[in-house]
Design a protein around this ligand. Structure first.
Ligand SMILES: NC(=O)c1ccc[n+]([C@@H]2O[C@H](COP(=O)([O-])OP(=O)(O)OC[C@H]3O[C@@H](n4cnc5c(N)ncnc54)[C@H](O)[C@@H]3O)[C@@H](O)[C@H]2O)c1
Ligand SMILES: [Zn+2]
Length: 361
C-alpha cells in the first residue's frame, strides 16, 4: 500500500491500523486485499448514508474483486437495539455468511457500534472493518472495540469488546455532515488534546476561527492516534481508558436528564468539560489562564458553555446512579494542567456545587 497508517491499536485481542486521508474510501478494497480479510463483503450501513456513499463503496469493492451484499438499517439511535441485531443476523444467515467472509460498517457511531456487535457475535465472530462517516465515528466510536446496542433500561448496556481489522477514515466524507454533528465530534477531538496532548490544543487554538479547518485530516489523525494510544494501554477500561471520560460524568447526566432530546452528546460533554475544568481550577490543578483557554476553545467551535435548563440537583442525582460510581464514590476526570488528565475520587459535593452553580440551572 502506498499510504501510511495514522495510528495503530495494539491490544491483546488484536492489532490494527487506522488510516486517515482524503479519498481513503477509494483504498478500502486495496486495504481488504492487503489484510486478506475474507472472500465476500457484507456491508452494513444506514439508509441516509447509503444514499450518499453506498454505491461508491460497492463499486470500490467490486473493482478489488469482491462480491458484496448491503443492508441499510433506518438511520438513528432508536435503531441501535436487539431487534435490529436480529434483522441483521437473519440477513447474514439467509445469505449463507461464513467465517471466511467479512463485514464492513459504513456509517456513524450507531452503525459501527451495532455492526461491530453483529459481526463479533455471528458465527462466534467474523472479521469486520470500520469506514466511519461522522467525525465522532472517526475520532471516537470506530476506535477501541466497544461494540453494542442500547437496552430499554439504558444506553450501551448490551455489548462486547471486539476490535475491527482496520479503521478507514476519509475526512472528505464529512462534507455532507450537518454542522451540528461536526461540533459533536469536535467536542471529543478537543477532549483528546485536553486530556493528553497540549500540542494538539495549541494547534487547534490557532485554527479555531474556522470550524472546517479543525477537521483537516492531520487533526483527525492526531486525535485518532491519541484514542488509539489509550486503548492500546488499557483495552478494557480499568485505568487509563477512564481518562476518555473527561466531561462525561456530567455530560451523560445532562443527556439523561433531558431524555437525550435537547443536547447532542458532544454538547453535553462540552458543558461537562466546563464543569470539570472549573473543579480542576478550584482544586488548584488548573490555572485560571488554562481554564479560560479551554473554555474559549470549546465555545469558539459553537459548543455550549452552560445548560441552565438542566437542574443541578437532577444532574447530581443522575450522576450518583451512573455506572461510573466506584465503591460508592464518583470518579472524576480532572485536568492537572492542559494535556494532563488525572482520575480523582476526592471531589466533594460542595466543590461540585460551587463549580456547577453558574453553569447548570
Ligand atoms: N463505541 C464507542 O466507543 C463509542 C464512542 C462514542 C460514541 N459511540 C456511539 O456512537 C453513536 C453516535 O454516533 P454518531 O454521532 O456518529 O451518530 P449516528 O451514527 O447516529 O449518525 C448521525 C446521523 O448522521 C447521518 N450521517 C452519518 N454520516 C453522514 C455523512 N457523512 N453525511 C451526512 N449524514 C451522515 C446518519 O445517517 C445519522 O442520521 C451513539 O450510539 C454512541 O453511543 C460509541
Ligand atoms: Zn463521548
Amino acid at each position: 500500500m502506498n499510504f501510511e497508517s495514522a495510528a495503530s491499536v495494539k491490544t491483546a485481542s488484536g492489532n490494527y491500523d487506522i488510516f486517515v486521508h482524503d479519498q481513503a474510501i477509494e483504498n478500502v478494497g486495496e486495504i481488504c486485499r492487503a489484510l486478506d480479510i475474507g472472500n465476500h463483503a457484507f456491508i452494513i450501513t444506514d439508509t441516509e448514508i447509503n444514499k450518499i456513499f453506498g454505491e461508491q463503496l460497492v463499486s470500490i469493492l467490486s473493482q478489488a474483486g469482491y462480491t458484496t451484499k448491503l443492508y441499510a438499517i433506518n438511520a438513528g439511535e432508536d435503531q441501535k437495539n436487539l431487534e435490529t441485531v436480529e434483522h441483521l443476523y437473519n440477513w447474514l444467515l439467509k445469505n449463507h455468511v461464513e467465517r471466511s467472509d467479512f463485514v464492513i460498517c459504513l456509517g456513524g457511531g450507531v452503525v459501527t457500534d451495532l455492526g461491530g456487535y453483529v459481526a463479533a457475535t455471528t458465527l462466534r465472530g467474523i472479521p469486520f472493518l470500520h469506514v466511519p462517516t461522522t467525525l465522532l465515528g472517526m475520532v471516537d466510536a470506530a476506535i477501541g472495540g466497544k461494540t453494542g446496542v442500547d437496552h430499554q433500561l439504558g444506553k450501551n448496556l448490551i455489548g462486547a469488546f471486539a476490535q475491527p481489522a482496520a479503521v478507514v477514515s476519509d475526512p472528505q466524507l464529512l462534507s455532507t455532515l450537518p454542522i451540528r454533528q461536526i461540533r459533536d465530534g469536535l467536542a471529543e477531538l478537543i477532549k483528546h488534546g485536553l486530556i493528553l496532548d497540549k500540542d494538539l490544543v495549541d494547534l487547534l487554538e490557532k485554527s479555531s476561527s474556522n470550524l472546517r479547518s479543525l477537521i483537516e485530516p492531520h487533526f483527525i489523525a492526531k486525535s485518532s492516534s491519541i484514542k488509539a494510544g489509550i486503548v492500546s494501554a488499557d483495552e478494557r477500561e480499568s485505568s487509563k481508558r477512564m481518562l476518555l471520560n473527561y466531561g462525561h460524568t456530567v455530560g451523560h447526566a445532562i443527556e439523561a436528564c433531558t431524555g437525550y432530546q435537547t443536547y447532542r452528546h458532544g454538547e453535553a460533554v462540552a458543558v461537562g468539560m466546563h464543569i470539570a475544568g472549573k473543579i480542576s481550577h478550584q482544586l488548584g490543578l488548573l490555572s485560571e489562564e488554562e481554564l479560560n483557554r479551554q473554555q474559549h476553545l470549546i465555545t469558539s467551535c459553537g459548543l455550549p458553555s452552560e445548560a441552565s435548563d438542566v437542574y443541578l440537583d437532577d444532574v447530581l442525582k443522575t450522576m450518583r446512579s451512573d455506572k461510573k460510581m466506584y465503591q460508592g464514590t464518583l470518579s472524576w476526570i480532572l485536568l492537572n494542567g492542559i494535556g494532563n488528565a488525572i482520575i480523582s475520587r476526592n471531589v466533594s459535593e460542595a466543590t461540585f456545587r460551587s463549580a456547577a452553580e453558574t453553569i447548570l440551572g
